[in-house]
Design a binder for this molecule. Structure first.
Ligand code: SAM
Length: 232
């Protein structure tokens, strides 16, 4: 059985997809997608030896080697052009997910849906999607094992459409769908973030001022006002 986090990702895989799961580790997600008829074929990509072996062993153990191709390599470089129709990238930081998308842009031509689950810095992904012609079509936030996770779902479209009626900067940071839904997990996350950044600012205010510090403080100030704007 998949974790709730990966189940939330899997629920967005369109039927009959050719799925590429990048950073697949044990390949739990592609195995689930094939066994539950969400994907007709899958590729499990891994950069590191240990997780690559774990993925291969899991796929072999379940007898799915004819349906899931386990490949070793960096990001989307494991894919052929026009191969995948759906890409999942889960359990990494937003900065790394963004880098993988940016470096693999030419592999996205036939991709209809991206399902991305950053552990931190979802803002980096939302900005990249916005600048690269991808429209957010949904978002989820969930708590599992004392961590709060976000899932971002995007399709090619009109990026600005999902940001209608919300302040762009707050929405890049906190998520346009999540802001509108404002569920308990969302409020918990941002109350905690607000407290954290206010404490950081307090400490920085006591330190000796330098140009770098002034810039940092103004960034944090700006972020705090974005959060306050949504939480008020
Ligand atoms: N996707 C799984 C999940 O959500 O449970 C595994 C997440 S695990 C924390 C991150 C995995 O991404 C690791 O197995 C790591 O080896 C792999 N990884 C990191 N950078 C990568 C890259 N550039 N290309 C492919 N895999 C990468």
């Amino acid at each position: 059985q998949l974790s709730n986090r990966l189940l939330t990702v899997a629920n967005y895989i369109p039927p009959h997809s050719v799925l590429a799961d990048i950073g697949s580790d044990h390949a739990y997600l592609p195995c689930y997608a094939i066994l539950n008829y969400l994907a007709k074929k899958a590729i499990a990509g891994e950069i590191n030896d240990g997780p690559y072996q774990a993925a291969f062993n899991q796929v072999a153990r379940l007898g799915l080697l004819s349906k899931i191709s386990v490949r070793k390599g960096d990001g989307l470089s494991v894919l052929k052009k026009n191969e995948a129709t759906c890409i999942t990238i889960a359990g990494m930081g937003g900065t790394l997910i963004k880098k993988i998308l940016e470096e693999g842009k030419e592999k996205l031509s036939k991709v209809e849906r991206l399902i991305l689950q950053p552990n931190i810095y979802a803002i980096e992904i939302r900005k990249w999607l916005y600048e690269n012609g991808w429209e957010l079509i949904d978002e989820k936030i969930l708590e599992e094992d004392c961590h709060i996770y976000e899932v971002l779902v995007a399709e090619k479209g009109v990026p600005s459409r999902s940001y209608k009626g919300v302040s762009l900067e707050s929405a890049f940071l906190m998520g346009p769908f999540l802001i509108k839904e404002r569920n308990e997990t969302f409020l918990k996350k941002w109350e905690h973030e607000l407290y954290h950044w206010e404490q950081v600012l307090k400490q920085l205010n006591e330190a000796k001022e330098t140009d770098v510090l002034i810039k940092k403080k103004s960034e944090i100030h700006h972020m705090i006002s974005c959060i306050r704007e949504v939480m008020k």
